[in-house]
Design a protein around this ligand. Structure first.
Ligand code: SAM
Length: 230
């Protein structure tokens, strides 16, 4: 899919305050409304191959659906930093982590993906799911450059997003533009990863299925690696 295919649909949530308000309102129902995404998180985390002792950053951790598995995979010697814009979403992630007694391994922070409050080259892995599909295309490069900055040389990036498997406007996008669909629209990130200088880029496309009902959009699982030499 080329860039113009996803530039045609602008996000419906406007700005940082808009996103915070929307997710503060939807935190309580978020997990059951998007339960079909769980399988995609599982596949993405398995693909990225986290090793015990790794230092992992999850940007936009939300209610912690991936946070729990990431925290388990870093092991006792590893560490997970988790960041989100919306305190109400993150509070649910914190509750899940506390419930499993994993709080020693995870440090939560509120913040914006545009300006990550972390040192250069701090992380082995950066995981980010279902965030770019609600962000304006104009911010993609800035955010991915920020992701690259905080990764170690050779560090791995995993992105999961609502996407589509063909060019042109889909029926879902037509509804979305009229405010008749959810908060997210399909995006395609592999090309942008390439522009920002990530290497070894891969993309898998998966259909979204709620129970036995196929949904009119899917998910892309995109990975890349920061070059070992600058
Ligand atoms: C669709 S939810 C996904 C949550 C989680 N990643 C998941 O897959 O379950 C989007 C999350 O992104 C967060 N978010 C939106 N814009 C953000 C930004 N610029 N920086 C950090 N988090 C952001 C929202 O607060 C929300 O928790």
């Amino acid at each position: 899919m080329n860039t113009t295919d996803y530039l045609i649909v602008k996000p419906s949530i406007i700005g940082e305050d808009g996103a915070r308000m929307y997710y503060t309102r939807s935190a309580a129902t978020y997990d059951w409304r998007t339960s079909y995404e769980t399988a995609h998180h599982r596949e993405a985390i398995q693909r990225i191959g986290i090793r015990e002792g790794d230092h992992v950053l999850e940007v936009a951790c939300g209610t912690g659906r991936a946070t729990v598995e990431l925290a388990q995979q870093v092991g006792q010697m590893g560490k997970l930093d988790a960041l989100d814009l919306t305190q109400a979403m993150m509070a649910r992630a914190q509750e899940k982590i506390r419930g499993l007694g994993l709080q020693q391994r995870v440090e939560f922070r509120t913040g914006n993906a545009n300006h990550l409050p972390y040192e250069d080259g701090a992380f082995d892995v950066l995981y980010n799911a279902y965030m770019f599909d609600l962000i304006p295309v104009e911010q993609f490069t800035t955010i991915l450059t920020e992701f690259k900055r905080v990764l170690k040389p050779g560090g791995r990036l995993m992105l999961v997003n609502m996407s589509k498997d063909r060019g042109g406007k889909t029926l879902y996008e037509a509804l979305y533009r009229r405010g008749l669909a959810g908060a997210c629209r399909p995006v395609a990130l592999s090309g942008v990863l390439n522009t920002v200088g990530f290497e070894s880029i891969t993309r898998q496309y998966r259909r979204n299925v709620a129970g036995i009902i196929p949904l009119p959009f899917g998910t892309e699982i995109v990975s890349g690696r920061k070059a070992i030499t600058a």
